[in-house]
Design a protein around this ligand. Structure first.
Ligand code: PMP
Length: 411
């Protein structure tokens, strides 16, 4: 049984009371986005009802309230990631914008023709395309850490890719397509020994495990608020303070400047340096409330319970004839990716939707890793702490029914 009161937890998420096709909603699309607890919804409404103002600039009561709420959210993110200083936390739109920020600022300024960037075969398109664009513009080389048959990165192959030309290693802590948890600390250490900087994509990790950026010792860490029970449109770049202040901003405008003349502009240090214009104040505050919520349950208990769900679901899915699970690494979080013989992935998704079950079927914005396993798409249930073994039973029963509706081919 769960290490917390699952019924109470589920009551915190109003959307879980929805019906879909007359059935109770079973939300198993958590890798795409998570649902929001009432406390997050209320916090955003409270901001607009009692605190709404632009921040920093004006000297009146509501500006002070909005600024305090925004900066309090930054501190919550700081302690959530165990960053050294709140000045290392930059608010952006999401993980995608976060990676683009690093590519268009640090990458643009520091990488030159012949330099090499290493990513893993597991990456989301958000951690491939910005580097590819930069590589095309600057004549850089993009190298890829291969994965084994279980979908885990092969460290011995990674070691061979590292060299004096390696300037950046950018990789995901948890794969959104397979659920693989990568050996992040080791990947970071090996990159640093080669003299490269490291970006960790935490879009799929922060909601499932404790993250400590100082222990990880990465140079940047990025994530999206909406995948950790916060609102859409808000995300984070963590960067080491000295590195951020050594990097020129990527966008110019209000808020980020110290002084402007027509001849010359001087910039603030981070975080303001990278927060040009009016940011998403209300949703940053909402993200702070989401972190409070997660902390109240406790990341250790979340990890423990979700692991139990994952093991349970994996065992039952493996018993379905003709179901091929893709991503079988020892260390996994949340994600179960599979194909069902005789069915297109959309057909499976539609059949599950008939039963109120929401999963993603498609390429999950990670085409290279799916092609590595010879498929263009998978069905992808992904778990969160508000899911139950009962929900998994309904998923599995529906798949068994689908399975028996069509005979298996001879093998
Ligand atoms: N990286 C990973 C591993 C992801 O799973 C996602 C979202 N699917 C992203 C980056 C991009 O996040 P967003 O779309 O919120 O910017």
């Amino acid at each position: 049984s769960p290490p917390f009161d699952i019924n109470l937890v589920r009551q915190d998420f109003p959307i879980l009371k929805e019906k879909v096709n007359g059935k109770p909603l079973i939300w198993l699309d958590n890798a795409a986005t998570t649902q929001k607890p009432q406390s997050v919804i209320d916090r955003i409404a409270y901001f607009y009802q009692h605190e709404n103002s632009n921040i920093h600039r004006a000297a009146h009561e509501l500006a002070a309230r909005a600024t305090d709420a925004y900066e309090a959210a930054r501190q919550k993110v700081q302690s959530f990631l165990n960053a050294f200083s709140p000045d290392e936390i930059i608010f952006v739109r999401g993980a995608t914008e976060a990676i683009n920020l690093v590519a268009k600022s640090w990458g643009e300024q520091n990488l030159n023709s012949g330099d090499e960037i290493i990513v893993s075969h597991l990456e989301h398109h958000a951690n491939i395309v910005p580097w590819q664009q930069l590589a095309e513009r600057k004549g850089l080389k993009l190298k890829v850490i291969p994965v084994d048959e279980d979908g885990q990165v092969i460290l011995s192959e990674y070691a061979k890719l590292l060299g004096p030309k390696t300037k950046l290693v950018s990789f995901t802590q948890v794969s959104n397509a397979l659920g693989t948890v990568t050996p992040a600390k080791q990947i970071v250490e090996m990159a640093h020994l080669a003299g490269a900087k490291v970006l960790v994509d935490g879009a799929q990790s922060v909601s499932h495990m404790k993250v400590d950026v100082q222990a990880l010792n990465c140079d940047w860490f990025v994530f999206s608020g909406h995948k950790v029970y916060g609102p859409t449109g808000i995300g984070v770049v963590y960067g080491k303070q000295a590195l951020l202040n050594d990097t020129q901003p990527w966008q110019g405008g209000g808020n980020m400047i110290m002084d402007v003349t027509f001849e010359h502009t001087t910039y603030h240090n981070a975080p303001a340096r990278f927060e040009a214009g009016t940011g998403n104040i209300a949703d940053a505050v909402g993200l702070g409330a989401a972190i409070d919520y997660v902390n109240r349950i406790g990341m250790d208990l979340i990890y423990q319970y979700e692991h139990h769900l994952l093991v349970y679901a994996t065992r039952l899915l493996k018993e379905i004839p003709g179901l091929r699970l893709i991503g079988t690494a020892q260390d996994k979080a949340s994600v179960l990716s599979f194909v069902l013989e005789g069915y297109r992935t959309e057909e499976v998704g539609k059949a599950l939707n008939q039963e109120g079950i929401a999963v993603r079927s498609g390429h999950h914005c990670a085409q290279p890793i799916l092609r590595r396993f010879g498929v263009e798409a998978t069905v992808r249930p992904s778990l969160a702490f508000y899911n139950t073994c009962g929900e998994i039973d309904i998923l599995v029963a529906t798949l068994h029914k689908l399975r028996s509706a069509k005979p298996l081919s001879f093998r």
